[in-house]
Every structure is written in structure tokens, then in C-alpha cells.
Design a protein around this ligand. Sequence first.
Ligand code: ADP
Ligand code: MG
Length: 281
Amino acid sequence: MIHPLSVTIESESINKQLAFEGSMRRIAVYGKGGIGKSTTSANISTALAQRGLKVMQIGCDPKADSTKLLAGGRIPTVLETMRDNPDPELEDMIHVGENGVLCVECGGPKPGVGCAGRGIIAAFEKLEELDVIDQYRPDVIVYDVLGDVVCGGFAMPIRNGYARDVFIVTSGEMMALYAASNIAYAVNDFTHDGYARLGGVIQNSRGVEDEDALVDKASAEMGTSVIHRVRRDPAVQRCEARGVTVVSGEPDSEMAASYRELADKVYAGSEDISGGMRLED
Ligand code: ADP
Ligand code: MG
């Protein structure tokens, strides 16, 4: 990909100015806890990286395991790093995973202590302060965000101009659809700010009776549609046990092909927007 930033410019000030014109996909994957956001995100990131794109996946869930299939295990979170080191560098918080995917985990407070949403805000502010975009110049950022509650912190990617295109992962289970509908409401509510917009629903099937019809109906009520149905497949567990994505661990499987198709749809259904970590007005 030809990047406007590939031009070397002597002047510091022009460099700085140009740095904020980097254009990239800013994708957010939302959904209820345990529904399959991280598995889906990691497979999308791997598939896009294998297409030659520089991908950065940012986990925004206090569970901090978004990137475990990419990084080969858990990585230190931004919040942990900030706690241990008052003056951290980006290299301490950004880990290069399989296929060159840049892995970041925001992290969260200890269970029962503090506010997880505020942790995400603090992590984003630190990454922004350290000029993460300018330093790494990704083509795609994938935010993997817990959406059980869409409080200020978890709404941060969609509200404060970080993410552009939002995809919701759900099954046909009632609680997953309930969370999905709340997320859709929050996105549609912020759409008038000109930032985030709903790109569609990703069905991660659980084998609920009439699941396709249930998810179709709920998506229509959210004002969107299902872009892809991922089936339930034991390849996911097999690869998880090896610490890899299906796309990289069983590349010739039907499941890998399905994830690649999903990644292409997500890419086609989103757009490059210029700006730093936040998109430009
Ligand atoms: P979340 O990030 O939404 O909390 P995860 O991606 O961690 O959820 O998924 C939870 C578990 O569900 C994973 O450990 C994985 O084994 C399983 N899983 C997710 N998607 C599938 C699928 N399509 N087929 C089989 N298992 C799946
Ligand atoms: Mg997760």
C-alpha cells in the first residue's frame, strides 16, 4: 500500500502535519462477553494481515485476552505497563504477533476495584500521547470491545472519534441479542456526530433453534443486516488449544475460508478515514 507518510520530509513541522493525514480503516467489533468477539477479531486481523495490510488489534475488555491467539499468549496491558512504569514507551505496550499483527491490550482494574471503562479511556489517552499511529502507521485498526454495558469507557471508541465502522457479534441467544441491540442504539445515537456508524451484524452461531431468522429479525430492528454467519466449529477449539487463529492454524479448512470471507466483507464494508488515533472532523 502506498502511504502518504512514506515520503520523507526534512522539516519537523511539516512532518508533524503530514503525520495526521494517515488514512486507515477504524473498525470496532462489539458484543456481549463470551460471544466470540476476540476469536472473530483475531481471525479477521490475521486474514487482513495475510492480504498484505498492516493491522493493529486493540483489546478493550478488562479480560485482556483479545490478542492471545495472535501474540501466542497474554501480553502485558497498557494499564499494567503504566502502573509499573510512569514513563512507558510504545514498545512496552505494542507486541508484534503472528503475521505482523500489532497487538495491544488496554487492560482493566482488579475485579471489584475501579471502573473498567475509565481504564480504557486512560489507555487510549496514553497511546495517543505517545503518537501510536504516527509510529506504527497501520492500515487497519480493529478495536475488540466488550459491549455488555455501553458506559462512557466502552462507548469511547464509538463516541470520541476513534472507530468509524462498527460490527456487532451476536448469536441467536436472548442475552446476546439484548446486548447487540443496546450497542446498536448507542452507535445510532452517536451517528449524528459524524463518527461511528453501524456496518452490520456478524452472526456467531450457537445452534439456537431458528437462529438465522432470529438474528435477521433483530438486525432489521437495529436498522442493519447480517453481513456474515460464522458457524460453530470445533476447529476454533483445536486452534485455541494451540494458541493460534483458525486462519493461521488450519488455513485450508472451511472455517478459515469463512473467516477470510468475513474479513473481506468487513474490509469492503468500511472506509479509510484520515486522522491520528481519532478521525478527523
Ligand atoms: P469474547 O471475546 O466475546 O468474550 P471469545 O472470542 O473469547 O469471546 O470466545 C469465547 C469462547 O467461544 C472461545 O474460547 C472460543 O473457544 C469459543 N468460540 C467462539 N466462536 C466460536 C465458533 N464460531 N465456534 C466454536 N467456538 C467458538
Ligand atoms: Mg474477548
